[in-house]
Write a protein that binds this ligand. Structure first.
Ligand code: PEP
Ligand code: MG
Length: 754
């Protein structure tokens, strides 16, 4: 059964459009379940009906013409209850509705399962049998599993225009794909799909005018693959002849007309060599996968393996400096912070990622760079977007593909409004972040690249509250040495003379891995992360601390921040190593080395409970709400499926932050917030009310947050905090704070608030 399911899912995944996918499903399911009918009905929210969209067995003319309203028939019952319905004799059921147009009179056995996506029933997958029959349990589970697999594709099509447009399954129009806001702002540009190498499924649909060049690239790659296989064959020459036969078979396949001819034919139609190869391999894989004979079915794997090798050879010749379109929108299945950091900033106007959420590091980096970003668009057909015109709305998490003139005009208006607001806000640049009743809350910069430090030094930040040192580590192909690191840190410290600069020690692990130091774990966010790696690698840690101390000579504005502290012993061990690094440098004759201020991040729940003891041993605390929220709420910060429950205004988070603020006050050390909570206008009102000593955020957030601070009194913020602490869920807290922002005349910012 599993094998059958795998094959159906594989076939459906390669369908060109939803109509084809639905047709495939009904044919395959009818055949494997030996049913007389299989159909798919989809819900149309606009007309509140369920429409027959595909069938194998009922009258084909009924497709698109059968509409069932609320409470009508067994299909509506399955949808409304969101539960499977397995009936031996459907006409006996009180909910049965006979529809002459379908010609379903003779059918008795009925099994309908709901197609559910994010709690919403999108439709029903149903099989029917002429004779009376109750379906077996494994048939029910097969149908339930298939419906679950189908739900993503249907949700995507719905987001793209509702089922009235399913048949065309066109991408463009005035209906957006909906994702998660990653970085605020709006932009329009041309999609450039970034995809991992040697992955056929990730190859985008790209066209070319250089047909000859592409055919040449394909032939060269074919030849290189043949040579590789011959070399492999020589290496196994000592093995029995039957083991060598596989390589002969590979060589034959590499000469086959079905591979070469079909690919060249596709290139001649104007497709890029990699795209043409992708489609030929898909076609052949499907052909073999559909064969009943086990041996022949295995050939599907061989074709994929050969396809992957040819693709690698095409890519090895065509990789080189990439040309970015004007106004590039970077699009990919899973765009990482490394990928983003590698692309020249000036070319990128927006980022769209299939995976991730607003707390993923790529979103954080995009905010630092001021690039509108939408995350978690799992249903977006990424491969088909290359070269498309996109409008990206990073406020609401919308992406429009080839938008209509109306959409374009509306977004042009929003862009010019944004530009006007930004111009107004720049007037605040030189003014302090001070409440109407005179309480100062300095705003610091979160940065990770030298370029964002340089461009933000005059942008209204009073210092650097968090410099993520792992970013410069991520864009290199090896650990940077002590001198190289000293140079980087010196530039950051020099950009803010006389103002505090907090350099955080290496925080790798979780979703931040170094290409040259892979960490493979089942549960990386609960694994070898942050200070745990540094303490296990004193060699790496000491080099970094030495570089920071050397960089600070004569400047005196360095603070060092320790990430992922979960208990006092980690603070002790870190302090010992920091003192050791300082002593070494003094011994080496660098007499002007000073001990910097040392701070601990509070981003693990245990550190909240121990904040009062940690506070005794450090000079300051910095609350990393990005991780704190994920660990307190048990919500993966990168998982778009649970992004709607990742909320820094959850009462448990507010209480935790307040507890840390109080621990700092008791021990008279400053406490700041450097997670994204400090960029959320609604949350900032509460943070001001808690009396936090500073807030740290990306450059693009500073003007807006300054606007918030300057429009509230400390007293009002404290009262609102008291009100929020009485509330029981984040929705009511956010609602209350958004109303308050509106009242204070900051309605424009509410658009920014989730
Ligand atoms: C945090 O967790 O809030 C934080 C600032 O660190 P990072 O986002 O780099 O994990
Ligand atoms: Mg963190």
């Amino acid at each position: 059964m599993l094998e059958t399911l795998r094959r159906i899912v594989q076939e459906v995944a390669t369908a060109e459009n939803l109509e084809e996918a639905l047709d495939l499903i009904v044919h395959r399911v009818k055949s494997v379940m030996c049913a007389d009918v299989c159909s798919v009905y989809l819900s149309d929210p606009a007309s509140q009906t369920r429409i027959l969209m595909a069938t194998d067995g009922l009258n084909p003319n009924a497709v698109g013409n059968v509409r069932l309203g609320p409470g009508q028939g067994l299909i509506s019952l399955v949808c409304e209850r969101s539960e499977p319905l397995n009936l031996e004799n459907a006409p006996d059921h009180p909910g049965y509705l006979y529809l002459p147009v379908t010609g379903e009179e003779p059918y008795h056995g009925f099994l309908g399962v709901p197609i559910v996506h994010h709690r919403i029933c999108l439709g029903v997958l149903v099989v029917q049998q002429r004779e009376r029959r109750s379906f077996e349990e494994d048939e029910v589970t097969l149908l339930v599993t298939l419906a679950a697999q189908l739900s993503g594709a249907i949700a995507h099509a719905e987001a793209n225009g509702g089922i009235s447009r399913l048949k065309a399954w066109t991408l463009g129009g005035d209906k957006p794909f909906r994702g998660i806001p990653g970085s605020p702002g709006v932009a329009q540009g041309t999609a450039l799909v970034i995809y991992p190498p040697a992955d056929l499924d990730a190859v985008p649909t790209r066209t070319t005018t250089d047909i000859e060049g592409e055919i040449r690239a394909f032939n060269t790659a074919l030849e290189a693959t043949r040579e590789e296989i011959k070399r492999l064959k020589e290496r196994v020459a000592t093995l029995p002849i039957e083991n060598q036969a596989l390589f002969d078979a590979y060589l034959l396949m590499l000469q086959s007309e079905s591979l070469i001819g079909k690919t060249v034919e596709r290139i001649n139609q104007g497709f890029w060599a990699s795209t043409a190869l992708r489609d030929t391999v898909r076609e052949q894989t499907l052909f073999f996968a559909g064969i009943e004979d086990d041996y022949l079915r295995e050939r599907a794997q061989d074709i994929r393996e050969l396809g992957r090798r040819i693709l690698m050879n095409i890519q090895s010749k065509t990789r080189g400096p990439r040309i970015y379109p004007d106004r590039t929108v970077v699009v990919g299945e899973d765009i990482s912070a490394v990928v983003l950091a590698e692309i020249p900033h000036e070319c990128i106007v927006a980022v769209v990622s299939g995976e991730g959420s607003s707390s993923s590091h790529v979103a954080i980096l995009a905010r630092a760079m001021g690039i509108p970003t939408v995350m978690g668009l799992g249903d977006l057909p990424i491969a088909r977007l290359d070269g498309c015109n996109l409008v990206v709305d990073g406020y609401q998490g919308y992406v429009y593909v080839d938008p209509t003139a109306t959409v374009t005009a509306e977004y042009a208006r929003i862009m010019s409004e944004d530009a006007r607001l930004s111009a107004e806000l720049t007037e605040l640049q030189s003014l302090p972040a001070i409440t109407l009743d005179g309480v100062r809350t300095p705003l610091y910069l979160n940065a990770g690249l030298l370029s964002d430090v340089a461009s933000s030094a005059d942008g209204g930040a009073e210092g650097v509250g968090l410099y993520r040192t792992e970013f410069p580590f991520m864009i290199r192909d090896r650990f940077p040495g002590e001198d190289e690191q000293t140079g980087i840190y010196r530039k950051v410290l020099e950009a803010f003379p006389g103002r505090p600069v907090v350099l955080r020690t290496l925080d790798i692990g979780g979703d931040k891995t170094l290409p040259y130091f892979p960490i493979k774990e089942d549960n990386p966010f609960l694994g070898w992360r942050g200070i745990r790696v540094s303490l296990d690698h004193p060699d790496i840690f000491l080099t970094q601390i030495r570089a920071m101390l050397r960089a600070s000579r004569g400047l005196g504005n360095l603070s060092i921040l320790l990430p992922m502290i979960s208990g006092v012993s980690e603070v002790h061990e870190s302090l010992e190593l920091i003192c050791r690094a300082r002593d070494e440098l003094l011994e080496e004759g660098l007499r002007d080395i000073k001990m910097p201020r040392i701070g601990a991040m509070v981003e693990v729940p245990s550190a909240v409970y121990q904040a009062h003891v940690i506070a005794k041993r450090v000079d300051f605390l910095s609350i990393g709400t990005n991780d704190l929220v994920q660990y307190i709420l048990a919500v993966d910060r990168n998982n778009s499926r649970v992004a709607s429950i990742y909320d820094c205004l959850h009462p448990a988070v507010i209480q935790a932050v307040q507890q840390v603020a109080r621990a700092g006050a008791r021990h008279q050390i400053p406490v700041s917030v450097c997670g994204e909570m400090a960029s959320d206008p609604a949350a900032v009102v509460l943070l001001v009310g808690m009396g936090l000593d500073s807030l740290s955020m990306s450059a693009s957030s500073i003007p807006r947050i300054k606007w918030v601070v300057r429009n509230f009194t400390f007293k009002r913020a404290r009262d609102l905090l008291d009100i929020a602490l009485q509330m029981e869920d984040s929705k009511s807290i956010r609602g209350m704070l958004c109303e308050e922002l509106e009242r204070a005349g900051l309605g424009n910012l509410v658009r920014n608030v989730r």
